[in-house]
Design a protein around this ligand. Structure first.
Ligand SMILES: [Zn+2]
Length: 195
């Protein structure tokens, strides 16, 4: 696949897909093709003040990869549980428990039943509020997921020019300094950048 021209230097030889640079960065170097290994050495090696390049240390490498990294959501992978389902599951356990008590310790059965009924009554009273909270959480999880999906979508379209150290979307043809990339992929724009 041919790379698009950089909007700044108008060349394509120094342009690489951002997602490729990221993949090269997180891959084991021995697994890279010779072509990608050469690219890795150009993109990820560190130049000292005399212009000699060296391999990055582990921490430097982490920082270097982060520049090209895709957007990450908050590490909240747990979807909120529908409270009705949670109560239903508890009710099933409660009934099994009650049956056991009834057959083995019948004297305690009324207390156990009473506790279960109090719990159900409490849930019935608070249900509206609990369900409302659940729906708010569900909504914000969904919104957050949409933002991350959109951001990954923008990230996938970006190219990087190693000469100018900018990224750009070939369809928008506007250059964005690499340091503003995360802001761009999350919001679709860069706030303090002149058009
Ligand atoms: Zn360029």
């Amino acid at each position: 696949m041919k790379n698009p021209k950089c909007p700044v230097c108008q060349k394509e030889s120094c342009v690489h897909k951002v997602s490729l640079l990221y993949m090269i960065g997180i891959s084991e170097q021995k697994d890279l093709t010779p072509e990608n290994l050469e690219l890795f050495n150009r993109i990820y090696s560190i130049k000292d003040s005399e212009g000699n390049s060296r391999r990055p240390a582990r921490a430097e490498m982490r920082e270097a990869i982060k520049r090209f990294a895709p957007p990450s959501g908050k590490d909240r992978v747990i979807r909120p549980v529908n409270p009705d389902l949670a109560v239903l599951a508890m009710l099933i356990f409660g009934i099994i428990f009650l049956v056991n008590i009834y057959t083995q310790q019948a004297a305690y059965f009324p207390y156990a039943l009473g506790i279960l009924l109090v719990f159900l009554l409490g849930y019935a009273v608070l249900r509206r509020r609990i369900i409302g909270k659940f729906q708010n959480e569900l909504q914000s999880t969904t919104n957050e997921r949409k933002v991350v999906e959109k951001a990954v979508d923008r990230w996938m379209k970006l190219y990087y020019c190693e000469t100018d150290e900018i990224v750009f979307d070939p369809n928008r043809n506007r250059s964005i300094p690499l340091m503003f990339m995360q802001e761009y992929i999350l919001t679709g724009q860069v706030s303090n950048l002149q058009e």
